[in-house]
Ligand binder design. Sequence first.
Ligand SMILES: NC(=O)c1ccc[n+]([C@@H]2O[C@H](COP(=O)([O-])OP(=O)(O)OC[C@H]3O[C@@H](n4cnc5c(N)ncnc54)[C@H](OP(=O)(O)O)[C@@H]3O)[C@@H](O)[C@H]2O)c1
Length: 214
Amino acid sequence: MKVSILGAGNVGKALAQKFFKQKIPVSFGVRNPDNQKYDSLKSFYGDLVSFRKVHELNADSDFIFLAVPWHSITGVLRELKYKKGQIICDCTNPLTSDLKGLHHSDGLSGGEKVASLLPGANVIKAFNHTGAGNIENPRYEDGTTLMLVAGDNLMSKQKTLSLISKLGFQGVDIGDLSEAKHLENLALFWIHMAYNTSVGPNHSLALLKENITI
Ligand SMILES: NC(=O)c1ccc[n+]([C@@H]2O[C@H](COP(=O)([O-])OP(=O)(O)OC[C@H]3O[C@@H](n4cnc5c(N)ncnc54)[C@H](OP(=O)(O)O)[C@@H]3O)[C@@H](O)[C@H]2O)c1
């Protein structure tokens, strides 16, 4: 399996750590691949990791993760080379600058906006509605972090859910990409719980349901 991640910040690095543990190589798409801040990852993970400009990434990854700030998404996606049917997992949130609202312009969720910028790709919304710390370590004493998935292509969604389970989350399909709005609202709620209540960032959401098949 090959994975590309656009953005090497909190989310990009947390995802990469999960892949490195399974010896899955990761190519990061970043603005400045020679930036010294990437040196420690390069020296620690050697051949498992590479850094390129977004337009230099090979279009042969099984999964491409989007982990850049929302304000950069249009420019970043303009540079991205991808194949028809490629799975592009949108981890971003169209957050307003005060982190209290979402830019859902024209009634479109961020996930749907991303899909409109990537015609022919199979866009899946996931990994956006929990903190980066939970992405790196989804297990709690009382349960496992919930990872909800929205997307239009069933096979791509199944592949993503299988990866999600391999990475240690409880994955659940919530429907078409039009449901991505719920996941982006859930991200707002997670941020509220983490930073405006006594709960704090060391929490995650779990689903309790009788007879659920996951
Ligand atoms: N933080 C969380 O816990 C969390 C959880 C779930 C989802 N999210 C969402 O995930 C996305 C990333 O969040 P984050 O916290 O990982 O952000 P972050 O730590 O600020 O990292 C963003 C990354 O994107 C890169 N980047 C910025 N502009 C770029 C461009 N034009 N081209 C290529 N790379 C660019 C940055 O690279 P430079 O070093 O070059 O600036 C950096 O590596 C956001 O949409 C956020 O809402 C965040």
